[in-house]
Write a protein of this length. Structure first.
Length: 376
């Protein structure tokens, strides 16, 4: 493993994005971060099953990682999906056009919520946990399937109402914790640090690519303002890639608690001055993104961080949680999507070159005709 954290960053365009991703992963030393003999899990990010730009892993990000990994000698690839209270994994992989990519490249898909795909077991971390052992005193349960495998995270560059930004570290949240993971929201920053520590214990290698071709500004991870930025990132350091993305968005990475705590815990590098940037010069990138807020984020603040958080166990650890889930589903799927976000998505399809590429995936499926390697 390299002693200094490196994050590769490239500007890209739809015509070359698949080749650019492969070059990006070479620049980030992907072969040094993953074990070639191990199965490699592709952990995409479906924050919303609707195909809202910047909310979910892009189909070209998924396809480019498959092609680049196979060209680098990682032939045993599998995708693992998870669900949330507001996201349907089956609907999400269909509407975001992952399914034809899986079929074209013969990628099996497992779902961590299906018993026939994987079982969950109590994991006793070797490293002292910050909060997870207190939140789950009966034991932290994780998928047994994840042990002894590489993992490649596929987040996007976007803001988040609870963590300011969301990226590689947050992408482990859905894969490693079950449907009771909302218990951790009041301590979400420490939870992400604990999950990174667990990943370092169970995985043979960890890597991430982050898609910022269209980045998400505002109260993410769903209802945001999509902004064309034409940038992609990759790293074997999950803290460093999140820090570089946060800095490009206009935030001070070391003021974001999960990045600062992971840095202080020695789990990665969060200080941009200590990170080597390979590829294009992004030192002047500062987009001025702001998280902002919505009714949903305000309700979340009251539930997890505000004065009413004393009611958490009475609401979120009982059947009353179903009422909050119904509110979230109605707010996102039956209010925001039909009245606002669908119109933004349709304009993006018509006006953005990335929307045009997305439409090609809808019409034609996978775009890579072969797996011929790209010279770095």
């Amino acid at each position: 493993m390299p002693t200094k954290s490196k994050v590769a960053v490239l500007f890209t365009k739809p015509e070359t994005v698949l080749q650019d991703y492969e070059r990006l992963m070479h620049l980030a030393d992907v072969k040094q971060h993953l074990e070639p003999s191990a199965t490699t899990i592709l952990k995409d990010n479906i924050s919303w099953h609707f195909p809202f730009p910047s909310a979910n892993s892009t189909p070209w990000q998924l396809e480019a990682n498959i092609v680049a990994l196979r060209n680098a000698g990682f032939n045993d690839l599998v995708c693992v999906q998870n669900k949330t209270v507001v996201t349907d994994a089956f609907k999400g992989e269909d509407l975001n056009h992952y399914v034809p990519v899986f079929r074209h490249h013969d990628i099996p898909v497992k779902f961590n919520f299906r018993e026939e795909d994987m079982t969950w077991e109590v994991y006793r971390a070797k490293r002292k946990m910050l909060v997870l052992d207190k939140i789950f005193p009966e034991g932290v349960r994780i998928p047994e399937y994840f042990h002894g495998k590489n993992i490649v995270h596929l987040p996007t560059v976007k803001c988040h109402i609870y963590t300011t930004t969301t990226g590689a570290m947050k992408n482990a949240f859905g894969g490693l914790l079950n449907t009771n993971r909302h218990y951790t929201h009041s301590h979400i920053h420490e939870t992400l640090v604990d999950l990174l520590a667990i990943q370092k214990e169970i995985h043979t290698g960890i890597f991430a690519t982050m898609d910022g071709t269209t980045a998400g500004n505002g109260p993410g991870p769903r209802i945001m303002e999509p902004v064309q930025k034409n940038v992609i990132l990759a790293s074997g350091d999950q803290v460093a890639i999140d820090a570089v993305a946060a800095k490009m968005m206009g935030f001070d990475p070391m003021s974001i608690q999960y990045i600062r705590t992971a840095h202080d815990q020695g789990l990665g590098i969060g200080d941009p001055s200590e990170i080597e940037i390979a590829g294009d010069d992004v030192s002047s990138e500062s987009w001025g993104f702001q998280v902002g807020g919505t009714l949903h984020s305000f309700m979340g603040y009251l539930a997890w961080f505000g004065p009413t958080k004393v009611l958490q166990k009475a609401i979120f650890h009982t059947p009353l949680v179903h009422a909050t889930n119904l509110f979230s589903e109605a707010f996102h799927d039956y209010y925001h999507w039909p009245l606002k976000e669908r119109k933004i998505y349709e304009r993006w399809l018509e006006a953005s070159p990335w929307g045009h590429l997305f439409a090609k995936y809808a019409a034609e499926g996978a775009q890579a005709p072969s797996t011929a390697p790209v010279t770095a």
